[in-house]
Design a binder for this molecule. Structure first.
Ligand code: ZN
Length: 276
C-alpha cells in the first residue's frame, strides 16, 4: 500500500474553545499546532481562519498570516478551507488568495446540527464549478469533500467539464450529525469507496465519535486519514483530547502497528500530484 497521508484539521469553523479549550482559534495557536502536528506525523494541515472573537471568517489577511507563519516553520502541505458555514460565498473563495498548495472543495449542501442550532451550509453546482475553476487556474489541488454518496454526482460533473486534474482527491466526511450526513459505519465507508471514479484517491474524516474507527478503516483500506479537533474534540469517550498533535500521534502509531508507513509532506506531494 501507498504511504499514509495524515491530515490534521486544526480548528474548523463551528465549535470553538467552549467544546475543548485546547482547540486553537487565534493565528499563533493555529501555527503552533500545525508545527506540533507536523512533528507528530501530519503531512498536511487543513486550516480555517477565525476572527478575534474566535468566529469563523473568510479573511485573506488571516489566511496569509497562517500560511506564511506555518510555511516558514515547517514543510507541511497547507490546505485552506473554502468552506465555513455562514460565511458568504464571495468571502469563502478569498482563502485561495493566500496561495495554498491545496484547498477544500465542498461537493454539496448539508445542514449541521450543533447544540440545538441548525447551521445550513449551501454549495450550489454553479458555486462548486466556480471554486474548481479558480483552483485549476491557480494550480491549487482541490480536496473534494463528499458527505454522502449522492455528492459523487457533483464529482462526475467536474470531471465531465474538465475542471479536475488526476489524481482526483476525495475526502469522505463520514458521520456528520445533521441533514445530508452519512453515518460513519464500515458498510457506509465501503459504499463510498465503491462510488470512487477511476483515477481517484481517498481520504477519510470521521465526525465526532466515529473518528477513530474511520481513521483506522482508512489505514486498512488504502485510504488516507484526516484527524484533528475540527472533526472531533475527544480522545476517548468523555475524555477531551489534549491537543491536535495527540490525535495525529495516535493515527501515526496505529498506522505503523498495522504495517502502513506514514508519508512525509514531500511524499504526500508526489501522491497528490502537487509540485513542490
Ligand atoms: Zn474544515
Amino acid at each position: 500500500m501507498e504511504k499514509l497521508i495524515i491530515t490534521a484539521a486544526l480548528t474548523g469553523g463551528i465549535h470553538g474553545k467552549e467544546a475543548n479549550a485546547a482547540l486553537p482559534e487565534q493565528p499563533d495557536e493555529i501555527i503552533r499546532d500545525a508545527l506540533d502536528c507536523y512533528n507528530a506525523g501530519a503531512a498536511l494541515v487543513h486550516l480555517h481562519a477565525r476572527d478575534m472573537e474566535g468566529k469563523g471568517v473568510g479573511d485573506p489577511v488571516i489566511f496569509k498570516t497562517l500560511n506564511s507563519g506555518i510555511s516558514s516553520r515547517c514543510p507541511v502541505i497547507i490546505q485552506n478551507t473554502t468552506g465555513g458555514p455562514g460565511i458568504p460565498i464571495e468571502k469563502r473563495i478569498t482563502s485561495l488568495d493566500a496561495g495554498p498548495e491545496s484547498a477544500s472543495l465542498n461537493m454539496g449542501s448539508v445542514v449541521f446540527f450543533y447544540r440545538d442550532r441548525e447551521i445550513p451550509f449551501y454549495n450550489l453546482r454553479s458555486e462548486i464549478e466556480l471554486f474548481a475553476r479558480e483552483m485549476l487556474d491557480r494550480n491549487i489541488k482541490p480536496e473534494m469533500e463528499v458527505y454522502n454518496p449522492s455528492m459523487f454526482g457533483e464529482v462526475q460533473n467536474l470531471i465531465d467539464k474538465g475542471l479536475l486534474k488526476k489524481p482526483f482527491y476525495i475526502n469522505f466526511v463520514m458521520g456528520v450529525g445533521g441533514m445530508g450526513g452519512y453515518p460513519g459505519t464500515p458498510e457506509n465507508l465501503v459504499t463510498m469507496m465503491n462510488h470512487l471514479p477511476q483515477g481517484s484517491i481517498f481520504n477519510v474524516s470521521g465526525i465526532g465519535r466515529c473518528q477513530l474507527a474511520m481513521n483506522t478503516m482508512a489505514i486498512l483500506t488504502g485510504g488516507h486519514a484526516r484527524t484533528g479537533l475540527e472533526d472531533n474534540v475527544f480522545y476517548h469517550k468523555g475524555e477531551p483530547a489534549a491537543g491536535n498533535a495527540r490525535l495525529v500521534e495516535r493515527v501515526a502509531r496505529l498506522a505503523r502497528e498495522l504495517g502502513r508507513e506514514v508519508a512525509t509532506p514531500d511524499e504526500a506531494r508526489v501522491i497528490l500530484g502537487i509540485k513542490a
